[in-house]
Design a protein around this ligand. Structure first.
Ligand code: PEP
Ligand code: MN
Length: 358
């Protein structure tokens, strides 16, 4: 049986959707020839945001994947969203299942899948939910673990955003990092295709995941990407996929080279010292906020003075370049400090810590 930890980096590729027998076989044959792929992916049932677009070929496509597996000797993975999908996947000898982002958000659906997997051993990959909710993602993993599935992996595919932005989904790397902190034994793959939504940034996002010590990639590819029935803008030809995979630099997780160990220890010592100073300064800053809260209380003045806040923001962000810090980062830090400061002043004014505002 396939094991998600059998190789690092694990590279999964294939079309967003299995469309026709010819397209599925041609894509996978070409991918197999490149030698960079460890496993194929293809969507059989497609969870489309709006009706009227291609919703997947369904059961009819499963024998095509059997054929791919037989010809290339490589395992195949599909998305499952219901217990019926699981039954059919098992019936047709699919090797690996993945749970899509729109399914991970729904505990009823995840439980339905889990129930169909009771007593079965098959690797399951779980995509992050559409919304940046680590508990929901972890909850989905726990439901699958609870029925005895042992080989579970994570897929980071980014989070839905309102409005248009450069990337289709916001990666919010810190959410994936928190998930890994909570579940350090699970391998994690990056899905740059669904993070990017177009080919342009695939390399940058994939390289970022390699730099963050991810365990592999799942990237969409298609024999004729521009003609794809779903996600045309983000799919690569098999050759372009191979070039991309070869261009990613994977680094080792660690080394016991004494020079490295010594240098890192020394630098981490400095970081710990600076963190301690930062926290001390923050704590002192909040004591000053408490005193401000007291003065405002005595004079019955509102906590928020927008002008003052704008001045602080302006003064600090104008120094961004000189400090070698991004404006974006400074605004985030200041925002967090400001909110905590308001919460402190609130506590002083009301004599107790009220519901935190953030
Ligand atoms: C897919 O992998 O084709 C897919 C539908 O992805 P997601 O669940 O990440 O949107
Ligand atoms: Mn897709």
């Amino acid at each position: 049986m396939v094991n998600l930890k059998s190789k690092k980096p694990l590279i999964i590729s294939g079309p967003c959707s299995a469309e026709t027998e010819e397209q599925t076989l041609a894509t996978c044959r070409a991918l197999a020839t490149t030698g960079v792929v460890d496993m194929f992916r293809a969507g059989i049932w497609k969870p489309r945001t709006r009706p009227g677009t291609f919703e997947g070929i369904g059961e009819k496509g499963l024998p095509w994947l059997q054929q791919v597996k037989q010809e290339t000797g490589l395992p195949v993975a599909i998305e499952v969203a219901t217990s019926r999908h699981v039954e059919l996947a098992l019936k047709y000898g699919i090797d690996v299942l993945w749970i899509g982002a729109r399914t991970t958000v729904n505990p009823f659906s995840v439980q339905d899948i889990a129930d169909a997997l009771r007593g079965v051993q098959i690797p399951v990959l779980i995509k992050n939910p559409m919304n940046p909710d680590v508990d929901l993602w972890q909850g989905a993993v726990q439901r699958i673990q609870a029925v005895g599935i042992q080989d579970i992996g994570l897929i980071h595919r980014g989070f839905s955003v309102f409005g248009s932005s450069v990337l289709r989904n916001n990666p919010m790397w810190h959410i994936a990092i928190e998930m890994r902190r909570r579940m350090p034994d699970l391998p994690i793959l990056c899905d740059p295709s669904h993070i990017c939504g177009n080919r342009k940034y695939l390399h940058e996002v994939a390289q970022r995941s390699a730099d963050l010590n991810y365990d592999g990639l799942i990237i969409e590819s298609h024999i004729n990407p521009d003609k794809a029935w779903s996600d045309a803008a983000q799919q690569l030809t098999p050759d372009a996929l191979a070039d991309l995979v070869r261009s990613i630099e994977w680094r080792k997780e660690n080394t016991d080279n004494p020079e490295y160990v010594r240098a890192l220890e020394q630098l981490r010592g400095q970081i710990d010292q600076l963190d301690a100073e930062l926290l001390g300064i923050l704590s002192r800053r909040m004591s000053v906020s408490d005193r401000i809260g007291q003065v405002k209380k005595e004079n019955n003045v509102a906590i928020l003075q927008t002008d003052r806040w704008s001045d602080i923001l302006e003064r600090v962000t104008s120094q961004a370049q000189k400090l070698n810090l991004s404006e974006d980062f400074l605004i985030k830090i200041l925002d967090a400090i400001h909110v905590e400061s308001i919460n402190h002043q609130n506590a002083v004014i009301h004599g107790r810590r009220t519901t935190d505002m953030n």
